[in-house]
Design a protein around this ligand. Structure first.
Ligand SMILES: [Mg+2]
Length: 270
C-alpha cells in the first residue's frame, strides 16, 4: 500500500486534511476530477459558448482545438471574446445545470476514507465554485481559469496554468505531479480533450466519452465509468488491498516534453 510519510503530511496544504486521515495513516490517494461533462453531466463551457455565439464560430474553434492546432488557453481566450459583455446577459443555462447524482455520495465516501479530492477544470471555470457550493460540497479545492466580468467585458486569466508552457489554460498535469511527489496514488476521472495530457501521468484513469478514444489512441490504460458510483465501487474494492505507489513516467507534454521530443505534442498556439 502507498504510504504517506510524516514529513509529507505537512505538504497537504492544497486540500483539507480530513479527520478520518488519522484512521487511515497508510492511505495515500488523491482523486482528481474534471468538471465539464464529468461532475456536470454536460459540457457547460461548450454549451455557454455555443448559446452565446453562432454555431460556426464555436465549431471552428472546437475543431481547431481537437486537431491540436491550438491549445486550450488560446481556445478559452477566443471563447471569452464570444461571450456577452455582462454576466447578466449570459444564456440562462447555469441555474438548472444537472450534475452526476452519485458525485456528492462519492465525496462523502472519500471523506470517510481520508481520500483527497480536487476538481481540475480547463474550461471557463467561473461557474464551478457556485455549482459545487450549491451541491453542498463547496469546500472541495478547485483548480481552473478565472473569468471576471469587468466594465469593458469578460476577461479570463490562468492562475493555474503552467508558467513554462502556454498550451493549456489550467495545467492538470501539475496537480497530478504534485500529489505524486507527496507519495499519493493519483486516480483521474474525466471525459474529454481537456483531460488528454493528465491521463498520461495519473496512476489510475477513469475515462468516458471522447477520453476513451484518446486513451486508446495513445496507449493509456484506463477504466470505463458512467457515474461516480463506479469510481466509488472501484476504490472500495481496492482499499482492501491498497494501491501501488506512483511510478515514474515519460513526459508527453509541458517543457520537459519539448526537450525530450515526445510524440503527440500539440504545437504552441499561433
Ligand atoms: Mg470534461
Amino acid at each position: 500500500m502507498a504510504s504517506v510519510k510524516q514529513d509529507q503530511a505537512s505538504e497537504m496544504s492544497s486540500f483539507e486534511v480530513r479527520s478520518s486521515d488519522r484512521d487511515h495513516p497508510g492511505l495515500a490517494i488523491a482523486v482528481l476530477v474534471d468538471y465539464d461533462g464529468t461532475i456536470a453531466t454536460n459540457d457547460v463551457t461548450d454549451d455557454l459558448v455555443r448559446a452565446a455565439s453562432s454555431e460556426t464560430e464555436w465549431l471552428d474553434l472546437e475543431l481547431a482545438y481537437r486537431s491540436g492546432a491550438v491549445g486550450s488557453r488560446a481556445l478559452l481566450e477566443a471563447e471569452t471574446r464570444l461571450l456577452p459583455p455582462e454576466r447578466a446577459d449570459l444564456p440562462d443555462l447555469l441555474r438548472h445545470q444537472p450534475h452526476d447524482p452519485a458525485f456528492v455520495p462519492f465525496i462523502e465516501f472519500a471523506r470517510r476514507h481520508g481520500i483527497a479530492v480536487e476538481i481540475v477544470s480547463d474550461g471557463l471555470g467561473f461557474f464551478v465554485g457556485p455549482a459545487i457550493a450549491a451541491l453542498g460540497v463547496g469546500d472541495i479545492p478547485i483548480y481552473s481559469a478565472e473569468l471576471r466580468f469587468e466594465p469593458d467585458g469578460p476577461r479570463i486569466s490562468f492562475p493555474n496554468g503552467n508558467p513554462d508552457c502556454a498550451i493549456c489554460g489550467t495545467c492538470k498535469r501539475s496537480r497530478v505531479l504534485a500529489h505524486q511527489a507527496a507519495g499519493r496514488h493519483v486516480v483521474y476521472v474525466g471525459d474529454g480533450y481537456s483531460d488528454q495530457y493528465a491521463v498520461s501521468y495519473a496512476d489510475t484513469v477513469f475515462a468516458k466519452g471522447d477520453l476513451v478514444d484518446i486513451c486508446r489512441d495513445r496507449g493509456v490504460a484506463h477504466r470505463g465509468w458512467s457515474t461516480f458510483a463506479d469510481v466509488e465501487e472501484w476504490l472500495r474494492r481496492n482499499l482492501v488491498d491498497g494501491l501501488p505507489a506512483p511510478t515514474a513516467h515519460r513526459f508527453v507534454c509541458g517543457p520537459e516534453a519539448d526537450s525530450a521530443g515526445a510524440p503527440g505534442r500539440q504545437p504552441a498556439p499561433g
